[in-house]
Design a protein around this ligand. Sequence first.
Ligand SMILES: Cc1ncc(COP(=O)(O)O)c(C=O)c1O
Length: 394
Amino acid sequence: MESKLKIQYIDENLKKNIPPFDANLGFGRHFSDHIFLMEHTDGRWQNPRIEPYKNISFPPSAMTFHYGQGIFEGMKAYKRNGELFLFRPQKNLERMNNSARRMVMPTFDNEEVLEAIKTLVCLEKDWIPDLKGYALYIRPTMIATEPCLGVRPSNSYLFFCIVGPVGAYYPKGFNPVDIYVCEKYVRAVRGGVGEAKAMGNYAASLLAQREGQTYNCSQVLWLDGVERRYIEEVGAMNIFVRFKDELATPALLGSILPGVTRDSVLKIARDWGLTVNERQISIDELIEGVKSGSVLEVFGVGTAAVISPVGRLVYQEQNYTVGDGKTGELSQKLFDYITSLQIGLEKDKFGFVEKIDEAAILEKISKSLGGVLPAHLKKKELILNHSEPTSLFL
Ligand SMILES: Cc1ncc(COP(=O)(O)O)c(C=O)c1O
């Protein structure tokens, strides 16, 4: 980035109403008052700025609309007792740069983008619920903007980041979901773009998801693209299988998105003394294990839902209930531990949690705004007592 981050603060009377932070909040439906933007032209990122949230428009010939050069990330900011936290944000930005390399898009400086994200988060601190199970969802995105038809990398790009408050990813909160094992369609293949958080991967997943809905399944269990033999991911999450004496997750062999939550669960489970393996798990091994009872739990892991227990598998027109169909002991323990860690309620022995130095960021915001801080950033945060957290998941 060539110049420093500039901030244009929204006119007070154009501010949106912040939605109530309750069970109706949902996921991904509300967006705050500001957006971070920068453009890549002439071979470098230019004009990084935070502006009032707005529509963005491009000519119909912009390359992202035709050839799908588009990537994104998903991370969260948490608030507790007025303090703001991020969970391993550098991992997301590293992954976004890996996605950019795979899609022949420009990389960016992680530190500078992280600083911009922290500034946006501080500016929007009133939009962050101070409640366990809730967060501010952060969506960095990059698209190709050159107006040109022709299959080649674009010569210009837009990076933007929007944020908004979220509650539980699944309407029913932390409850087991039913999963459809899809044999007809695949999400990704080795050598393809499954390892990247490329927009097209999600479009490619929709038809299978719709097919799964006819079996009342909310998510799809993806099998490998070559043999349809090994399990890969579940919906937009990585998958873990708890056998009697082993916790296993599919190895990253090229078609699986390397999840930040996956990596965190691996580290935590190893620290808890579990036998943990990253290896290939065949659908036959999984189904046999569910039938025989050697599979105790199956769960998805990802930023949005954190841990998502699997209650039932539908495979080749048969129903298989995992364990007793209820949330397993390890799923619950991991969920409680990670959600507590994220808001600073657990000692952070892994160095996963990054507390935002709000004073330093506010100073920068004030400088950028000519020495004036918006009123809401001056007020002292209401200190809530979290010994009995109000939570979606209690
Ligand atoms: C396809 C896919 N797999 C796995 C994940 C989980 O990754 P993370 O834990 O970084 O959210 C995501 C979500 O980003 C995803 O979209």
